[in-house]
Ligand binder design. Structure first.
Ligand SMILES: O=C(O)CCC(=O)C(=O)O
Ligand SMILES: [Fe+2]
Length: 710
């Protein structure tokens, strides 16, 4: 062989080694997406199995092969352990991605792309072919069994598996497929950077849904400017990380795993029913489930009849039929919201355990506002226990009394004439609260995202004028930051439980002022004046409500607009925020005056989009905190202490202890619970309760850091 040919061979060999090793030193996404996505995909997956002819071997008749030692795909083995060796569960399953709360997908994995990958799996990649032809390498195509991770493996690996694996390799920190935080990062990375190989359209519509303030650039733009990386990523990245001014800090914020290279925050992924995908095995399980489901609609079909999203491709049939796995991406720091498409649509929630194990489901009552009936949510025993406890409550802050309104303080309002109380720690209230959070898509219960269960009583003629459950503080006068479109926290969802049976005409419905009765055509809508005329003609409120009062108007609206009639064990869910945290003005609602002698009992749980006021880590309007401190309005600020409550597990009677701040349940303080670290103040009283009884009380003393043991 001539020297020139040898030199050429050496150059090519160095080039090949460089390309093969580069993923371990360079951001491979840049190469994979910008340069030659499919090409590099395959090369990476077969990297370990390429044998390179040595220089000598080129001259050698027998053509000895020198195995090139390359870094192993370190996650391949653990990945395969989870997905199983035989058949990749993601084969035949297309990922269909939605943004939170959106019934229509923003990205859809394409079958065509899949066959492109599968179809030529046995052929060499371009570079391999080129090098082979030049005699520089031979590609090891030996028996599958003999070399279990040879080219055959890439054949058996679906594009999704390839993308997940490749993404996992990008992270500097070791990742686990069992960690939900690691999985969020890996999946976001796989979906956002490997769009060419998984999704058909890298320029997906999965970008931000909100307007970006031009004076406050997103930090991903900065990353892009500095490294020109972003052009190779999908806009999904900016959707997942809403930026520092729009990402509320959740209690588990410190556990979030930032993406490799760009260091942005990942999305979380949920099923259509709200179940959060918390491990790779769960994703595998979901893929197997959709495969075994009898698909009813065609891929790409927005069929209203089929509520299940396990469609089968119209082009394929039998074994080749493809299924869709719909995933709902939720931006970091945000909360899952259901994505209803039409009134009457049903969401079965087998993961939520109702009373006596009954199957819980939702049925869409209205799209704007977003209102759902909840079936099998609670039962008469639970509601009887809640009412009983409310009637026996004696504490000033929690007992039943005339309701107030406003962000803080006790302000009577002439348009909220009903009574209410709070149940923070009753056994049934705790069970119901946990069930509410399960329904809303939380995989872990978090006390700081809930209020106490509010118990309501409406006697004859009393009602609650239409209002938002979202607390408005437009001039940011409160210490708490309620701006949920930014980093503040506010109520995002209400679950309302009815605990009395009221007949049609008894009043007491929950009115949604911007909604219309389900199924009513626009031309059938009755406007307020006509509704008032009809009410007066009926004589139903004659002698009960004053003419032209807000109560009379409300009853008229209740008979013409979307109104939910209370009956025992009925529950409804509605949202006060849009998925991006901004207030949903269409959620305006109220409690219609009761016009019969029987009172209406109800209860509601307000869920917050992030830590609510009073809990450690809740968002603050710093200027108000400063102002109050300067005006010495909160002298305790200077007295702030850090208390840690620890259960030493030495006293058996404390096995199921709970910690309360005055009457407010704070957290579980039992044998199986971690220590509770709390910022509190000198002189504050904390109570330990077991089965509702106060067993022990602690008063915060002078030291900056204090520990309280039971
Ligand atoms: O009683 C009702 O139907 C509605 C109650 C309500 O909206 C509330 O308490 O915030
Ligand atoms: Fe309300």
């Amino acid at each position: 062989m001539s020297t020139r040919a040898k030199l050429g061979g050496i150059c090519l060999l160095s080039y090949a080694i460089g390309v093969l090793l580069s993923p371990y030193f360079l951001p491979t996404d840049f190469l994979t997406v910008n340069v030659a996505p499919l090409f590099i995909d395959k090369l990476l997956l077969s990297a370990q199995h390429i044998s390179i002819n040595s220089d000598d071997a080129l001259n050698n008749e027998e053509n000895d092969v020198v195995e090139l030692e390359l870094p192993p795909m370190k996650y391949e083995a653990p990945y395969k352990q989870i997905i199983g060796d035989d058949d990749d569960p993601f084969h035949g399953v297309d990922i269909v991605l939605h943004r939170n709360g959106e019934p229509d997908p923003c990205m859809r994995q394409q079958q065509q792309q899949q066959s492109q990958l599968d179809g030529d799996a046995s052929s060499f990649t371009l570079l391999e072919k080129m090098l082979e032809r030049m005699g520089v390498i031979t590609v090891d195509n030996s028996d599958d069994e003999a070399a279990p991770s040879t080219a055959s493996n890439k054949e058996s690996m679906s594009p999704l598996s390839q993308s997940i694996l490749r993404s996992t390799e990008q992270f500097a920190k070791p990742l686990s497929f069992d960690s939900k935080y690691d999985l969020d990062a890996t999946l976001t990375h796989a979906f956002a950077t490997n769009t060419q190989s998984i999704f058909s359209n890298a320029q997906s519509s999965c970008g931000p849904t909100w307007e970006q303030d031009p004076t406050k650039p997103h930090y991903l733009d900065q990353v892009n400017e500095n490294y020109n990386l972003l052009s190779s990523y999908s806009s999904l990245l900016k959707y997942c990380d809403m930026g520092i001014d729009r990402t509320p800090i959740q209690p588990d914020h410190n556990n979030l795993v930032r993406l490799a290279q760009v260091k942005s925050l990942p999305c979380t992924f949920h099923t259509r029913e709200g179940l959060r995908v918390t491990s790779l095995s769960m994703l595998v399980e979901l893929a197997r489930e959709v495969k075994s489901d009898e698909g009813e609609c065609e891929v790409g079909d927005n069929n209203e009849e089929s509520d299940q999203q396990t469609c089968t491709s119209g082009n394929d049939s039998g074994d080749n039929a493809r299924k869709e796995l719909h995933l709902y991406a939720v931006s970091a720091g945000r909360v899952f919201m259901f994505a209803p498409k039409h009134v009457g649509e049903v969401f079965e929630l087998p993961h939520v355990k109702g009373p006596q194990g009954l199957p819980v489901s939702l049925e869409v009552m209205s799209l704007t506002p977003r209102v759902f009936d909840i079936y099998n949510f609670f039962n008469r025993d639970e509601s009887a226990a809640i009412v009983d406890k409310a009637l026996k409550e004696t504490s000033e802050t929690h007992k039943m009394k005339r309701s107030s309104t406003g962000a803080s303080g006790y302000n009577l309002n002439s348009k909220r004439t009903s009574e209410n109380g709070f149940d923070t720690h009753g056994k049934e209230a705790q069970i119901v609260k946990r069930r509410c959070m399960d329904i809303l898509g939380f995989d872990e219960y978090e006390e700081s995202l809930t209020d106490g269960l509010q118990v309501l009583r409406y006697n004859k003629t009393t009602g609650y004028f239409p209002h938002l459950d979202w607390i408005d503080d437009p001039r940011k006068k409160e210490e708490h930051n309620f701006d949920s479109a930014g980093i503040g926290s506010n109520r995002f969802a209400t679950i309302l439980l009815y605990m009395s049976d009221l007949e049609a005409g008894d009043g007491g419905e929950t009115l949604f002022s911007h909604g219309w009765p389900a199924g009513q055509a626009e031309e059938e809508h009755v406007q307020l004046d006509d509704a008032i005329d009809a009410l007066r003609a009926s004589g139903d409120v004659e002698g009960i409500l004053k003419r032209d009062s807000w109560e009379e108007k409300m009853v008229a609206n209740c008979r013409s607009r979307l109104a939910v009639r209370p009956h025992s064990s009925r529950a409804v869910l509605f949202y006060s925020q849009h998925p991006d945290g901004s207030v949903d003005q269409s959620s305006l609602h109220g409690g219609c005056p009761v016009i019969t002698d029987q009172p209406k009992w109800a209860a509601n749980l307000w869920a917050w989009n992030s830590i609510r006021g009073g809990f450690p880590g809740s968002p603050k309007n710093e200027h108000v905190v400063e102002k109050n401190r300067a005006a010495n309005k909160s002298p305790e600020n200077d007295q702030q202490k850090h208390a840690t409550f620890i259960n030493d597990k030495s006293d058996e009677s404390m096995r199921h202890a709970q910690l309360f701040f005055q009457d407010t349940f704070w957290g579980n303080y039992g044998f199986d619970d971690p220590p509770l670290g709390i910022n509190t103040f000198k002189g504050h009283k904390w109570h330990v309760r077991v089965d509702g009884e106060v067993i022990k009380s602690f008063t915060i003393g002078r030291d900056k850091k204090q520990e309280f043991h039971i």
